[in-house]
Design a protein around this ligand. Structure first.
Ligand code: KG4
Ligand code: ZN
Length: 336
């Protein structure tokens, strides 16, 4: 049974490597490209893949050094093969294949979304199976029932924008920087969520839709003249942030509440970058008290994209004998 798992993640704009030994995290290194993409207001795929190429070797070397291990100590290589940007995925996947082939070790392909779902096993306490997992990040929004043995069921997913993407796009409309989630969160804490009520689309089942909400903010702003809009943003920016954030949180929490009631599952995880949101955290904690379930939100470092979650998922997959052929290809649109 492989003991030492090297995890590699390059699906978007973070080059990351981590080491898990017998289910315990030993090191986790993330080289963020945020500064590279900031001035474009979003990730530029071509720049991302080039930067992954530049970073992958030093990042893996650092992860091994921090774990006080040599390359030959690695028993298996776990790597994200999708979903994500094709050029970015290919850098990590090609590196992982070469590493695995060179050392004669198994390769373990990991779905990035599974990685987020299993990030709850990096720290104690971790939930028992089955648990409900709300994955909310810049790229994904879905509610999953996670069963043992990689038998999960996606209960609902976004039909358009991810929750984090909605935060980022609305932040841009409000003249805030990228990524916009943290900034909206900070301002929302000083604002009045009842300043205006934005629409909160409730779809059938547990699916989400956030693009209408973004458009509602745009239409709201467009009804004013430029001078009026400037004045509004000067005096009511925090209120607008609070109202928008409230709409997103209400939609997410409503789905979570219905899922807990329908499934009777008493263990709920929230993972992904948006789980940092203070409004979402407070609402989820209140819901956990009201419905008497246990809430698991990993530390921020493991909520943002990282390779620790890929290494721990690889560890679970290795336990289940789930390895991948060296012909594994990158799958940009892989679903959970
Ligand atoms: O998980 P993550 O690092 O990357 C993806 O896999 O997408 O998530 C990044 C997303 C961004 O959209 C960012 O705006 C959002 O998470 N985010 C937040 C907060 N912190 C990060 N959104 C709302 N409130 C926050 N405090
Ligand atoms: Zn992610």
């Amino acid at each position: 049974m492989p003991k030492v798992i090297l995890g590699i993640e390059t699906s978007c704009d973070d080059t990351a490597a981590a080491v898990v030994v017998e289910g315990q995290l030993r090191s986790s290194v993330v080289a963020s490209q945020q500064a590279l993409h900031n001035r474009y207001g979003g990730v530029v795929p071509e720049l991302a893949s080039r930067d992954h190429q530049r970073q992958i070797v030093p990042v893996v070397r650092q992860a091994l050094q921090e774990a006080q291990l040599q390359p030959a100590d690695v028993d298996a290589v776990a790597v994200t093969y999708g979903p994500g940007l094709i050029g970015s995925l290919l850098v990590g996947l090609s590196f992982a294949k070469a590493f695995a082939l060179g050392l004669g070790r198994p390769l373990i392909g990991v779905n990035h979304l599974e990685g987020h779902m299993y990030s709850v096993f990096l720290t104690a306490p971790s939930p028992p199976f089955p648990y409900l997992c709300l994955v909310v990040s810049g790229g994904h929004t879905q509610l999953v029932r996670v069963e043992a043995g990689f038998q999960h069921e996606v209960l609902g997913r976004t039909r358009d924008d991810a929750a984090g993407e909605a935060f980022d796009k609305v932040a841009r409309l409000l003249g805030l920087g990228y990524p916009g989630g943290p900034e909206i969160d900070r301002l929302a804490q000083k604002g009045d969520p009842a300043f205006i009520r934005f629409p909160q689309p409730r779809l059938e089942g547990y699916d989400f839709s956030f693009s209408g909400l973004k458009t509602a903010v745009l239409y709201y702003l467009n009804q004013f003249s430029e001078t009026e809009r400037d004045r509004l943003l000067r005096h009511h920016l925090a209120d607008l942030c609070a109202a928008f954030q409230q709409a997103v949180v209400d939609v997410l929490i409503d789905a979570l509440r219905r899922a807990v009631e329908a499934t009777g599952i008493r263990h709920v995880a929230i993972v992904g970058g948006v789980s940092a949101n203070s409004g979402l955290r407070a609402a989820a904690e209140a819901l956990s008290q009201a419905l008497d379930f246990r809430l698991y939100i990993p530390p921020m470092a493991y909520c943002m994209d990282n390779a620790a979650m890929i290494a721990i998922t690889g560890y679970f997959k290795a336990q289940a004998g789930l390895t991948s052929p060296l012909t594994l290809s990158a799958k940009p649109t892989l679903a959970a």
